[in-house]
Design a binder for this molecule. Structure first.
Ligand code: SAH
Length: 364
């Protein structure tokens, strides 16, 4: 079991980073939360926008097709999805994008997915689309060429680190074993040594915070940005990410575990719950700008979907399926209402230099 492996590791080598804990808990190939099962859906652990409504993926698909038109209709374009889950968003996106003549002939679908269990679900979902699909482990391994990259709730599960301000210095917050616990088995947060050399990962706005402040570092975001910058340096490209988090960097611990739609203590049972942390959109955009990408957002999900014509799409759907009218209205509410996903969830877009602004974003 993952908990045993992690305890052994801590007993031998001392406390580990939260990122190391997350990596094992989510992606251990035998017992990791994602590796072994399909956790997404109403009857499983958590639900995502594409699983709430087909309209979400359809609008994403139309944006992808428009992007291809804006690129000058290249003969081949890679449509890459990072962390495709059940494959639902891609399936809905392809159905919508198919209406743009020529797009499907040019599109090469690439899925980047760490979980063997979810790869199998993706193959099933996307089989009927007839599109040729490839799974590739890492973005760097995708062959060069124009690309459109999508990721919904991908960034939130990239492992985070945490740091605590202590006596005027940032110290990494680590995971160790609780000395107070009688069994000696319980995990606990402990204060580690001062951060060495990683201070640029601390959100710029928060670097001088008072003692006791806790901040989150997202090294995975930086890697993604670097990969995009490398890819888009000499090839047209657009990356669209949708995720949850504040528009400005905030102090505080946002690590959360979700099992069966309920919050759990994050260190309690690694491998049995989803572990995510809020995306820091301010730092993400700053990293994108300093890597030379053209950046847009964060745009609230509600405004973005509405701006792209969600209501018109819903009206058309309701007309063809009158029995579903109230269900469709409820889907719109869940995706766009301020108290639901409309504001906490946001979109960011990273472009190569040569593209017109992406559809649905209010300002550059
Ligand atoms: N986009 C889907 C799934 C979101 S859950 C949806 O909206 O429903 C996160 C997804 O990202 C899962 O498919 C998970 O296995 C995958 N994932 C997380 N980290 C990854 C990584 N480093 N490499 C590849 N896939 C990853």
């Amino acid at each position: 079991m993952i908990a045993d492996t992690l305890r052994d590791r801590i007993r031998t080598g001392g406390p580990i980073s939260i990122a190391a804990f997350m990596t094992e808990a989510l992606f251990d190939p035998r017992h990791g939360f994602y590796a072994t099962k399909d956790p997404i859906g109403a009857g499983a652990d958590f639900i995502t926008a594409p699983e709430i409504s087909q309209m979400f993926g359809e609008l994403v698909g139309l944006v992808a097709a428009q992007t291809w038109l804006d690129m000058g209709r290249p003969g081949a374009v890679k449509l890459i999805e990072m962390g495709p889950g059940r494959g639902t968003m891609m399936s809905d996106a392809l159905r919508a994008a198919r209406t743009v003549p020529g797009f499907m002939d040019a599109a090469e679908i690439v899925l980047i997915e760490a979980s063997a269990a979810l790869k199998a679900v993706q193959a099933q979902t996307l089989g009927p689309s007839g599109a040729q699909i490839r799974w590739i482990d890492r973005l760097e391994a995708v062959a060069p060429g124009p690309s459109i990259i999508l990721g919904n709730e991908f960034l939130d599960c990239l492992p985070v680190r945490q740091a605590v301000r202590h006596q005027g210095q940032w110290h990494e917050r680590l995971v160790g074993l609780d000395p107070q616990d009688e069994t000696g088995e319980a995990f606990a947060f402990v204060l580690g040594p001062p951060l060495a050399g990683d201070s640029d990962l601390i959100p710029a706005r928060l670097r001088d915070a008072d003692d006791g402040a806790l901040v989150e570092l997202r090294p995975g975001d930086r890697q993604v940005i670097d990969q995009l910058a490398a890819r888009f340096a000499d090839q047209p490209g657009r990356a669209l990410f949708i995720d949850y988090g504040p528009a400005q960097s905030e102090i505080g611990d946002t690590l959360q575990a979700i099992r069966a739609h309920k919050k759990q203590p994050p260190l309690e049972a690694p491998g049995t719950a989803d572990l995510t942390a809020r995306v820091d959109f301010e730092s993400l955009i700053m990293a994108g700008k300093s890597a030379g990408l053209t950046c847009y957002g964060p745009e609230p999900q509600g405004a973005w979907l509405t701006g792209l014509g969600l209501e018109a799409r819903a009206a058309a759907l309701s007309q063809s399926q009158p029995g579903k009218r109230s269900e469709i209205a409820r889907q719109i509410w869940r995706l766009t209402d301020k108290e639901q996903m409309g504001e906490l969830f946001k979109l960011v877009c990273f472009d190569s230099a040569d593209l017109p602004p992406p559809p649905g974003f209010s300002a550059g």
